[in-house]
Design a protein around this ligand. Sequence first.
Ligand code: ZN
Length: 630
Amino acid sequence: MAIRQDDNRPTRRFGIVNLLLIGFGVLLLFSNFLPNPATQVPRVPYSLFIDQVNDDNVKRAYITQDQIRYELTKPPEEGAPTVLSTTPIFDMDLPQRLEQHGVEFAAAPPKRPSFITTALSWVVPPLIFILVLQFFARRSGMGGGAQGALSFTKSKAKVYVPDEESRVTFADVAGVDEAKTELTEIVDFLKTPQRYMDIGARIPKGVLLVGPPGTGKTLLSKAVAGEASVPFFIISGSEFVELFVGAGAARVRDLFEEAKKKAPCIIFIDELDAIGKSRSGSMGVVGGNDEREQTLNQLLTEMDGFTAQDKPVIVLAATNQPETLDAALLRPGRFDRQVLVDRPDLSGRKMILDIYGKKVKLAEGVDLDKIAQATSGFAGADLANLVNEAALLAARAYRTTVEQADLNEAIERVVAGLEKKSRVLQPDEKKVVAYHEVGHAIVGHLMPGGSKVAKISIVPRGMAALGYTLQLPTEERFLNSKEDLEGQIATLLGGRSAEEVVFGEVTTGAANDLQRATDIAEQMIGTYGMSETLGPLAYDKQGGSRFLGGNSNPRRAVSDATALEIDKEVRGLVDRAHDRALAILHHNRELLETISHKILEKEVIEGDELKQLLASSQLPDAAVLEGAAA
Ligand code: ZN
């Protein structure tokens, strides 16, 4: 194994290999007085040895399991022996003491415990020895110690051999039907490779699962292994990356060695981006990246070199940042297939809830459809978490089944973080939060956008939200009109507008609203081409370039004049929406007061009560609204 001399990586990156080599060198140095049965070395008491160390009279020491042999700097008298030995005793401070007094010291590798007679001499000396080793390990700034040093090239992959009971199949994975369809083919490759070979087809080696975290990529790959009844190796990309140069590459080698023995099988690499980041893009970020680069090269070599078609090893890898991957990974013969594992839609969420709902005791009449409707944007893992939270809530209340209310409360927990009753708002703050949230609710109720306001709360939750207005979509929507989006922006600005209408000033509470409103406005202009003056052009780049690497400039090359125009249009959209929100709130000023007073009393308003209250809200005349908007 080569030792790399690298200028920008000084002693911090003191690899174990270097350490071992230095240790070896020291051993050679000491070899002239290594234990040798032919020569008798005078034995002295341990206390004398310590005294001599304290007097800085010990030059170097060699520690084995049953004796410490050491050399004096100068003998007590002319002609006296300079090499002495003593019997080690249990002494935790020995390594530090030797270090303090500038003694060179080394330890011999442990002997097989064959000649040891007493329990004491069996336990104590190795302890000292381990202490010395640990001391070395700590000094060079790596935690692993002796254990890590010996096992660092072994792959840490866990192997699952599916048996009938623990087998995961496609039936256990819901809500990702498109991905399932694509992976069915992989199952077929693993089951009957011969059929494909006979016709001369090349079985794919790598499949990349792309999707946001928590969408069940690991479960899906386990299901592929389960369906095909083949062993399944699982490892995370980050486990390849180690402090020691060459360890990651050795692990990749080891992993493929193991896999080939068990072929046909599946290797699943989670977080592929940890090793597969684009080499060009990451240059100069933290200095030497050669460890990761070596690991990546080894992975590519293994994938290219593997040709045994009758016993395929298929590598499935997961990532949520496909755009950062090195282009070399995506070439034909490597991860040339990409399967999108996206967040589930309404029916997918229903199926996932059904699966997890079976694992807890649900009360009669629990309507999981409603929960599925209210959890737009949840990934599979979030839904699992939700059901578990609901079960915890039910158990805490000494109920034996999970009720609808538990599930509803769990949604809010997962959405907004855990309820923090302990956080107390000052009365004046509470008032601001109340008007702010009611502002959202009134504007949201009157504006188009397909969502109905289901709940207003001024109970602080989580880290950021001091209060919130919960809007439930009445149906799953994939398309939004320009009007809908403008309505959403106005709703987001409703909170801040209410503060302006009532208090004549604004607080910091609206920062997140503004962020989201601006995002929508930018997308309308840049992505959806909804500007009349700029025309149906997409000014933001999306899609293709993200998957194939390359430059990541989000906006196309546009002239300065166009850039100015885009900014103007975005500004105009937000301004118009703000004016609308203000007009609506001025027009419904009384209702704003009524609801705000009510919520200050009750902290939460929802359901029919909220519906009735909001029913009396009115849109101002179109002329007023448009006048405001113009
Ligand atoms: Zn707000």
